[in-house]
Write a protein that binds this ligand. Structure first.
Ligand code: IDP
Ligand code: MG
Length: 151
């Protein structure tokens, strides 16, 4: 089942010059980029995106980190894209993330874990609407598609 997921390459990914390698991991998996923008997060967007975490003790630090420098917002599409992205990212805390995952290979700290990926199809729809207008998500054919996904 083809799905879309919201991916954020967090400010640490850009500051460390890892954006290209992180994007490559998602492309390597066969995911299709259907939306992409460089932006700087503001507080209303942080509160909306992280609505479930606003009351948590780590929210202030999380929001200030996410707003501190530009980030890249991406929409990726593919078979079971939401779960595929989550598995490719690895556990939230890089200390627990398996080697071979983005966080397991490139990060060490839960507060600098490089990447966000939607945690469910419902979250993906909600989050994509925060970062992208409908006409910024492009529906286009890739000639390689039959070699990535059987049906
Ligand atoms: P996720 O990014 O893997 O979905 P969530 O639990 O949704 O993880 O948390 C959102 C983000 O908040 C994490 O990616 C991480 O940057 C940050 N975060 C979560 N828990 C903690 C914590 O205990 N301390 C510091 N930052 C945290
Ligand atoms: Mg989450």
């Amino acid at each position: 089942m083809s799905e879309r997921s919201l991916v954020l390459l967090k400010p640490d990914a850009l500051q460390r010059g890892l954006a290209g390698r992180v994007i490559s991991r998602l492309e390597d998996r066969g995911l299709q980029i259907v939306g992409l923008k460089l932006m700087q997060m503001d507080m209303p967007t942080a509160q909306r995106h992280y609505a479930e975490h606003v009351e948590k003790p780590f929210f202030a630090g999380l929001a200030s980190f996410m707003m501190s420098r530009p980030l890249i917002a991406m929409a990726v599409q593919g078979k079971n894209a939401v779960e595929v992205v989550r598995k490719t990212m690895g556990s939230t805390n890089p200390q627990n993330a398996e080697p071979g995952t983005i966080r397991g290979d490139m990060a060490v700290d839960i507060g600098r874990n490089l990447i966000h990926g939607s945690d469910s199809v419902e979250s993906a729809e909600r989050e994509l609407a925060i970062f992208f207008a409908e006409d910024e998500l492009l529906d286009y054919q890739r000639e390689v598609e039959p070699w990535v996904t059987e049906s």
